[in-house]
Design a binder for this molecule. Structure first.
Ligand code: HEM
Length: 469
């Protein structure tokens, strides 16, 4: 009979609860060296299986994708998401929503000029906001969050919100906090009963209040859109209209709470990682000014500065593209996605992976694997550039996950990153703040996403050349 994968020795009653949750990525790297690509941990009442390494991850999550693409049953799936939405549902409900959303993303813009125009509109607003600071030190997080959320809004609701819309900003901030809650995604996922501790030290009640506020805000927008007098006749141009239309014709096996949670997830999963990637990018170029100059030289040569770069220019900007791939690798934004579940026991590499396990695809084990990426702790702007100047090796960059549960916003995310980053470089020079320290590119905070510490910077507007296209 096959055995469970090995793992660090357990202590009676608590299992492996003594491992260093504060620096879980380093802990998991050590375990991989000791126990190999697949190891197990027993934490509270849960069996955790961590899967590492490019080949092993591919084999498990692509070849056995039909067995390992459930979402594991945790306090997040049950109490926060009620098993609904995209991130936290499983089985046929998940498949139905995922393919509905993907088809609508395509229909309403992905891969089309339409989407690019929407993003470029947000780029223009963002650059204007940066410009209006007059170059003084700014904290860009709220601006980026609103810009990137507005891209999702245009797909989901067919509308955008102003940067000074207080209610919208408050909700976006709540979403960011709710998806960042360290204790919920860490300790409480594994020890759900700790939420009953008096005084809410793990902030469970606080988080649930945020979730309710977000749910009711989304609900309000749904109602507004549903009760809009032209709803029945107007052209369908966004996810919500399409969903409401589908519901009217009773084709959808779905209730409004499902679409509410789908929208919650599109905001939660779709806004934060993109703005975090852009913040890693800015922090890195503040530390390495030569990268901005190289990027700008490439942009000026191929695009000029009389219009923003577009995705059609991408193949002409391989250095910029390589830098942005390296930002996704080095930034390591979602190193440990939410755990997957299994439809049945899986026999894999001679081990038994039990059906009830929480299965973690450890993406960090690839993005920082010295056998996959040489000197992984270094930020190398040309890492994804071949000697002849073409983009290369990008298939190893599994920052968006693998298999059927892979990120469904990958192409949107890449488009946003490229358009925001290249136009910022085209228009501004980024400088460290005056008189304040900058966090290093090795400092980070890790909840569900791995993000840089807060920082400020200054900008200088670039002088326009007379290039006309
Ligand atoms: C740099 C940006 C992004 C990164 C690094 C990223 C990464 C990921 C990863 C690693 C997963 C988990 C895969 C798994 O469970 O194994 C995921 C899931 C997901 N992402 Fe993204 N993502 C990004 C942007 C986006 C955007 C823009 C959207 C919005 C359209 C989005 C929507 C989703 C959704 C809905 C899921 C859940 C898929 C499912 O469970 O079926 N993501 N993402």
């Amino acid at each position: 009979a096959a055995d469970w994968p090995q793992g660090p020795p357990t202590i009676p009653f608590i299992g492996n609860a003594n491992i260093n949750f504060g620096d879980i990525l380093t802990e998991f790297r050590k375990f991989r060296l000791q126990y190999g690509d697949i190891y197990s941990l027993v934490i509270g009442s849960k069996t955790v299986i961590v899967v590492n390494g490019l080949d092993t991850l591919k084999e498990m999550f692509i070849q056995h994708g039909d067995v390992v693409s459930q979402r594991a049953d945790t306090i997040v799936t049950s109490n926060i998401a009620k098993y609904k939405g995209l991130l936290n549902s499983s089985g046929s409900l998940w498949k139905e929503h995922r393919s509905f959303v993907l088809s609508k993303l395509k229909e309403f813009g992905l891969g089309k000029r339409m989407m690019e125009e929407k993003i470029l509109k947000e780029v223009a607003v963002l650059l204007q906001s940066i410009s209006s600071t007059g170059g003084i030190t700014i904290d860009i997080s709220p601006l980026l969050r609103t810009s990137v959320s507005n891209v999702i809004c245009s797909v989901v609701f067919g509308r955008r919100f102003e940067h000074d819309d207080e209610r919208f900003n408050k909700i976006m901030n709540s979403i960011s906090q709710a998806t960042e809650h360290k204790t919920i995604y860490g300790i409480l996922t594994l020890f759900p009963f700790l939420r009953f501790i008096h005084g809410d030290p793990l902030k469970y009640d606080q988080m649930m209040k945020q979730v309710e506020a977000i749910d009711s805000y989304i609900q309000e927008i749904i109602e507004e859109q549903k009760n809009c007098p032209e709803q029945k006749e107007k052209e369908v141009t966004n996810y919500l209209d399409a969903f409401l239309r589908c519901q009217q014709s009773e084709k959808a096996n779905s209730t409004q709470t499902h679409s509410q949670k789908v929208i919650f997830d599109l905001f939660g999963a779709g806004s934060d990682p993109v703005s975090i990637a852009l913040r890693w990018f800015i922090l890195i170029i503040l530390h390495k000014p030569e990268i901005q100059e190289n990027m700008r030289a490439e942009i000026l040569k191929e695009v000029g500065d009389s219009r923003y770069p577009s995705t059609a220019d991408r193949s002409m900007l391989p250095y910029c593209d390589s830098v942005l791939h390296e930002v996704l690798r080095f930034g390591n934004i979602t190193p440990l996605p939410l755990p997957h579940g299994l439809t049945e026991n899986l026999y894999f590499h001679g081990y038994l992976i039990p059906k009830h396990a929480l299965l973690f695809p450890n993406l960090d084990s690839v993005l920082n694997d010295p056998n996959v990426f040489e000197n992984p702790t270094e930020f190398v702007p040309t890492r994804f550039l071949s000697k002849d100047g073409f983009l290369t090796g990008t298939e190893k960059l599994i920052a968006f996950g693998l298999g059927p549960r892979k990120c469904l916003g990958e192409s949107l995310a890449r488009m946003e990153l490229f358009l925001f980053a290249t136009s910022m470089i085209q228009q501004f020079k980024f400088l460290p703040p005056e008189g304040a320290a900058l966090p290093t590119i090795y400092d980070f905070e890790f909840g569900l996403t791995r993000k840089p510490l807060e920082f400020n910077f200054r900008t200088v507007e670039r002088v326009k050349s007379d290039v006309v296209h």
